[in-house]
Ligand binder design. Sequence first.
Ligand SMILES: Cc1cc2nc3c(=O)[nH]c(=O)nc-3n(C[C@H](O)[C@H](O)[C@H](O)COP(=O)(O)O)c2cc1C
Length: 351
Amino acid sequence: MRVGNIPIDPPVILAPMAAVTDLPFRTVCEEHGVGFTITEFLSAHALAAGDKKTSGKMTASLGGRKFGVQIFGREEGPMQKAAEMAVSIGASLVDINMGCPAKRVVAGECGSALMREPAIAQKLVRAVVAAVPADVPVTVKHRAGWNDANRNAPAFACAMVEAGARMITVHGRTRTQGFSGKSDLEIIRLVREALPREIPLVGNGDVVDIAGYQRMRAETGCDAVMIDRGAMGNPWLFGRIGALEAGRPDPGPPTLEERLAVYRSHVKYILELKSGPRVLHEIRKACAWYARGLFGCNAFRLEVWQTPAIEDVVALGERYFGRLIERRSSLGLAPEADRVEMNAIVDDAAA
Ligand SMILES: Cc1cc2nc3c(=O)[nH]c(=O)nc-3n(C[C@H](O)[C@H](O)[C@H](O)COP(=O)(O)O)c2cc1C
């Protein structure tokens, strides 16, 4: 799949997620074969006002990899300035958030609130398109609609394309659903039906495994899938989807050794790329992510959250995975046994 001249291969995108899809996590996902990554949403107003904390989150992918920046706002001037800033750090794509359900965002008539005002949303798209070079596609991510009575995603998506959007992502929940209930595949299918064929559609919501990816593709006809919560602590999902798309056998879930290696590289990126109190928080989070569902993970997480020194937390992670590897070998199992979804190192009760 392509957006403008950006190849998205395999057709799977790491979704923007505030305080989650930072540079360390994006890098880990890129190294595991995700097709494309986008920064978390950034306030255009804050960027245009020179807010350092916000601009600090606008980070280019490492190694010259292509990436997108997501912005949100309601005023054309700041949106244009924010888009120009994104292009100046090398973004290949600028995505406009029209799906955020958070009260503080909706109170400012931004995010999903724009789905109630397609004319204003169109103005924003036109303004951003005018502010960036022609080879930088402007894209929009939105929801099924505001609420059940207003599931206007198909008409809204078409209006955004008419204004110049070159790719649409639909999260199949309404604003009032927030993150509860189910993401609706049918509304995503209706958007695909309504959009011009040459505009790629990305389906989003509830995809946490290969079966979910296949279902999203088959039932909606979408051109790519965006994965969010399902990727946390599970960057291997991207490589598995890549194998599927390339007709190669599914490598299966990771071995403990592979988990440990990714834990180490995620921690390394956090230490290299982050600073301040977030470092401890992010490393604790990485511990929790990569241990999820494994034997003894609840006790491990508790210990991690009670340990105040960064180096001690890092060492706890090493010890935890080391102990699991020993446990597996004392059970007479080889590393390949980890690739079987339900095996001796999985703790169902703790998942
Ligand atoms: C903690 C959190 C932060 C999010 N931040 C953003 C964001 O910055 N921009 C955005 O477009 N969507 C954001 N989302 C929504 C996700 O991108 C996605 O649409 C939603 O989680 C559904 O996909 P999933 O079921 O794969 O998680 C966020 C979701 C969560 C849970």
